[in-house]
Design a protein around this ligand. Structure first.
Ligand code: NAD
Length: 310
């Protein structure tokens, strides 16, 4: 798909981070947007930001973990836009906890959003995407769908599965009109830690956060980690630009950021001990990462949390 002009793009998790900037960049490129989000306030903020562009925008309050709501979504989007060309299954959450301290409720929360949401949306939209001259389905995994660190068991399980599901689908859809993409971001400065949950009984950081935190004199409460995470990753507008370039170039695997590429390389070189290589590049990349928004893009300010809504 060479350009997005006059296409209709569905984006889940459009109220923050990469979802918000995907919406803005797609609108800037002339695409009409169906913005979907569980958080009514941040969804409205995104829709307001899209008013600067001469495209049609529809807004859908949606919990991607709600199977019936996902199944009803294509009809709602088509009623407003006539068809669907692109679907970005971007919404995602995380829980920072050892597996032994992770409640079943937290496990189900992440799994139903990060994996079942992606699968149910793919199932619901594929028949509609197949009717278009060209279309794309873009599922967001993570570099944590390729490597594993401690305290992220449910996130890894879901993101590894998104990768397996999406790569399988890419093979099944090969030669069809539907491009299938799997996105693997590294550290992007978004609200994902703010919006996530942390096991309060053992608030602490995973090995990567501990390493960077130690050098940078960082505390380890959720608020401190969330602020550090938001302020020190690649800016979400740059990540979203990379994702859209990957769609334009029909890259089935879209790696976002030098950290993602180096972590991927590390696990190819030392499949069982890759984390031993991470200290070599974690800190330099943290210091060098481009944290500034793309020219002309708004700086995201909203940090509203959705924890209470699960
Ligand atoms: N930020 C990173 O470093 C990073 C790295 C790898 C992968 N990812 C993935 O990128 C995607 C986007 O995350 P982000 O970093 O922009 O985080 P974010 O928290 O800034 O944005 C995620 C959005 O999804 C929404 N959301 C959460 N649960 C939802 C639900 N049930 N239904 C609908 N919307 C829901 C949130 O309200 C939020 O607006 C996620 O899938 C995440 O796992 C992020």
């Amino acid at each position: 798909m060479k350009n997005f002009s006059n296409k209709v793009a569905v984006i889940t998790g459009a109220g923050s981070g990469m979802g918000r900037y995907l919406a803005i960049l797609l609108a800037k490129a002339g695409a009409n947007i169906a913005a979907c989000e569980i958080n009514q306030t941040t969804l409205a903020e995104t829709v307001a930001l899209l008013a600067d562009y001469n495209v049609k925008v529809s807004s859908h309050i949606l919990d991607v973990a709600d199977k019936a709501a996902i199944e009803a979504l294509p009809e709602q989007v088509i009623a407003q836009h006539g068809h669907v060309d692109l679907v970005f299954n971007n919404a995602g959450v995380t829980v920072d906890s050892s597996f032994e301290d992770l409640s079943e409720n937290d496990w189900d929360w992440v799994f139903n959003i990060n994996l079942q949401g992606v699968i149910n949306s793919s199932r619901a939209f594929l028949p509609h995407l197949k009717q278009r001259p060209e279309a794309a389905l873009i599922n967001t995994s993570s570099i944590f769908g390729m490597i594993a660190l401690e305290r992220q068991s449910v996130y890894h399980t879901a993101k590894f599965a998104v990768r397996g599901f999406t790569e399988c689908l890419a093979k099944e859809m090969k030669g069809s009109n539907v491009q299938i993409h799997c996105v693997h971001p590294g550290h992007i400065g978004t609200n994902i830690v703010t919006n996530g949950r942390m096991n309060k009984s053992e608030e602490s950081a995973n090995s990567m956060q501990r390493l960077v935190g130690k050098v940078m004199g960082l505390g380890n409460s959720q608020e401190e980690l969330a602020a550090f995470f938001r302020n020190n990753g690649m800016h979400a507008s740059r990540a979203s630009q990379i994702i859209l370039d990957g769609v334009r170039k029909n890259r089935s695997r879209i790696m976002v950021g030098a950290d993602a590429k180096l972590m991927d390389l590390s696990q190819r070189l030392t499949p069982m001990h890759y984390e031993k290589l991470f200290p070599l590049f974690t800190l330099p990349l943290t210091l060098l990462r481009n944290k500034k928004p793309l020219k002309g893009m708004p700086v995201e300010t909203s940090v509203e949390t959705i924890k209470g809504t699960a």
